[in-house]
Design a protein around this ligand. Structure first.
Ligand SMILES: [Zn+2]
Ligand SMILES: [Zn+2]
Length: 267
């Protein structure tokens, strides 16, 4: 599989990651030079005793190095699910000497352990059918998955995502405890079988992964199940949500949360 034709003239980005502080000590991190379809959010949540990192992007650039100035406590790294745009740097948190945990739902643990080695940073590997479907949904699927390199010597062909083992498996109802605040694990399958959301009922904060975000909810991937997704969406609707930090795009409030849900269920 060849890289896209846009690589030779690809510019170098001065900053690979972008960040934004949100209320309640939550840092949103994203990769602005990743194609819109795969431009996922990562969230760092400050706690008294432990910090929480949800998801790890595409792994084009070291997230662990980037986060170093923010990390002064043990880190709980939660993997919302194992799609390529959410686990790129997760292996960096499994290195020996790292004070932290890698936490996920057991169903997708084998996928995290395998890593991703059969994909390139271009849309060339996508089937014609899939590309057409994405095009219809408004995505530009020509060329590369990245619009810039993180450094002049970055070789897009050498990119792959090493596998890593989770250190803790969680199910519905388990708790991620940061000392002075905590999140409940919600198992939210449908987009993928092991998708999880994190729910803080005291502040009404939902960290949604790809189960819920402000955009087209995707239920047509090989590991998606629309019927199960509908059940998940109905379950989420019961929550007294004030703020959603989704796996993609901007965070939003309860009104949009309900509208997105009703839109999905009504389709
Ligand atoms: Zn996904
Ligand atoms: Zn995603």
């Amino acid at each position: 599989m060849l890289p896209g034709p846009t690589f030779p003239n690809m510019p170098t980005a001065s900053n690979w990651f972008a960040i934004e502080w949100l209320p309640h000590g939550i840092l949103r991190i994203w990769e602005p030079h990743v194609s819109r379809l795969l431009r996922a959010n990562m969230f760092l949540v400050r706690g008294r005793d432990r910090d929480l990192l949800v998801d790890s992007g595409m792994g084009v650039c070291s997230l662990r190095e980037f986060l170093q100035p923010f990390l002064d406590k043990p880190l709980i790294h939660v993997v919302s699910h194992t799609h390529v745009d959410h686990i790129g740097s997760t292996h960096e948190f499994g290195a020996s000497g790292f004070d932290g945990e890698i936490v996920m739902h057991p169903i997708e643990a084998p996928k995290l352990e395998l890593g991703i080695t059969d994909m390139k940073l271009s849309y060339d590997g996508y089937s014609a059918e899939r590309k057409e479907e994405l095009r219809r949904s408004g995505f530009d699927v020509s060329g590369a998955l990245i619009a810039a390199r993180p450094s002049p010597d970055f070789d897009p062909d050498s990119w792959s995502i090493p596998g890593v083992s989770p250190t803790r498996l969680v199910e519905e109802g388990d708790v991620i405890d940061l000392g002075d605040r905590s999140f409940e694990v919600l198992h939210t399958p449908g987009h993928s079988p092991g998708s999880i959301c994190l729910w803080d009922p005291s502040l009404g904060i939902l960290i949604g992964g790809d189960a819920i975000y402000d955009g087209l909810l995707i239920d047509t991937l090989p590991d998606s199940d629309p019927a199960i997704y509908s059940e998940t969406i109905r379950k989420l609707r019961q929550l007294k949500v004030k703020t959603v930090h989704g796996g993609h795009r901007e965070s939003f409030g309860s009104e949009k949360f309900l509208a997105l849900i009703d839109n999905y269920l009504g389709k």
